[in-house]
Ligand binder design. Structure first.
Ligand SMILES: Nc1ncnc2c1ncn2[C@@H]1O[C@H](COP(=O)(O)OP(=O)(O)OP(=O)(O)O)[C@@H](O)[C@H]1O
Length: 303
């Protein structure tokens, strides 16, 4: 049986005067996972994460974290959860270390933890630099440092890459991967862009209009890629190529003077290429367009 770090059952929430609400959300986040919680703007991601953290009162359903009910073990659970839902309040005229020292006293965690989280988030060398002079990427890293201060086992991050440039996004991915692998922290990260987090996550949950449309391991979703791939072959004799291809048991059609194949594996394409060349046909180009993850995501969220 899988040990879930976080599990919700039939989580439901409606805001007054808003027809759309969260409808029976059953999240299952395995311990040690990096779980990408994906959906377009307004899908219900922030609402779900706020319910999980007790920032919104749930109307129906249940939440279990670390195997305990959130209703009965709220304080103990929250001591082991770090979060970034909206940008935390920090003093812009103080340094990263000064901000962290203030919070360390409030959270009553060991003073040495400030240096540890600065090191973890790559902010040790920011020294006397005040937060007001930080780049957005550095501010986001400081937010993660704050979330990490009390040494949590689960991090819940709402769109932490929002507003970051491509280099900042890559840096953030590297940081989260490191926290997951070296500090063994389970991470839930929401995003409206699959491409931004598909290189990072092990599991995904896709939500739209308050409903969970897909949940599972990333590789199950990526498995849908090969099916539906299209290959266009540009060659010196399309008609003779197609005859050869059909004779050898593949299916294809002619389209605009080129051969169009559907769902042929890489090995199959190599074989076809070899047969065409052996038959004296010049192959100029074989272009395969796989059903990319973003297409799968768009198909799920558009229907
Ligand atoms: N406090 C609130 N009162 C009323 N409606 C709300 C409130 N907060 C959110 N909503 C509505 O709930 C729905 C889900 O919003 P939510 O912020 O959870 O979506 P999201 O997936 O996080 O989107 P985004 O990426 O835009 O933040 C939206 O229709 C939103 O307008």
């Amino acid at each position: 049986m899988t040990a879930y770090c976080l599990e919700t059952a039939q989580l439901t929430h409606y805001f007054p005067h808003n027809e759309m609400g969260l409808d029976n959300i059953c999240l299952q986040v395995p311990a040690g996972a990096i779980y990408g919680f994906l959906g377009p703007n307004g899908a219900g991601k922030t609402t779900t994460l706020k319910l999980i953290l007790g920032l919104l009162r749930k109307q129906q359903g249940s939440i279990r974290i670390f195997g305990e009910s959130f209703d009965t073990h709220r304080v103990a659970i929250l001591k082991r959860v770090g979060s970034l839902i909206e940008s935390p309040s920090v003093y812009a005229h103080l340094t990263a270390a000064e901000n962290l020292r203030l919070l360390q006293k409030i959270y009553q965690c060991p003073a040495a933890r400030v240096r540890e989280v600065l090191a973890l988030t790559g902010l040790l060398d920011t020294g006397a630099k005040k937060v007001q002079r930080f780049s957005l990427g550095m501010k986001q890293r400081l937010s993660i440092a704050i979330a990490m201060l009390h040494n949590p086992s689960l991090l819940i991050l709402d769109e932490p890459t929002n507003g970051l440039d491509p280099a900042g996004i890559i840096e953030m991915r590297a940081l989260l991967r490191q926290l997951n692998q070296e500090s063994n922290i389970t991470i839930v990260i929401s995003s409206h862009l699959l491409t931004e987090i598909e290189k990072l996550v092990t599991h995904v949950g896709i939500i739209n209009k308050g409903k969970l449309l897909y949940q599972g391991e990333l590789h199950t979703l990526t498995g849908q890629r090969a099916a539906g791939s299209r290959t266009v072959i540009d060659c010196s004799d399309a008609a003779r190529s197609l005859t050869l291809i059909l004779e050898n048991g593949w299916t294809g059609v002619l389209e605009e003077g080129k051969v169009l194949l559907e769902s042929v594996s890489r090995e199959g394409l190599a074989d076809i290429n070899q047969r065409l060349v052996m038959a004296g046909i010049q192959v100029y180009d074989m272009n395969t367009r796989r059903n990319d993850l973003e297409d799968i995501f768009m198909n799920l969220t558009n229907n």
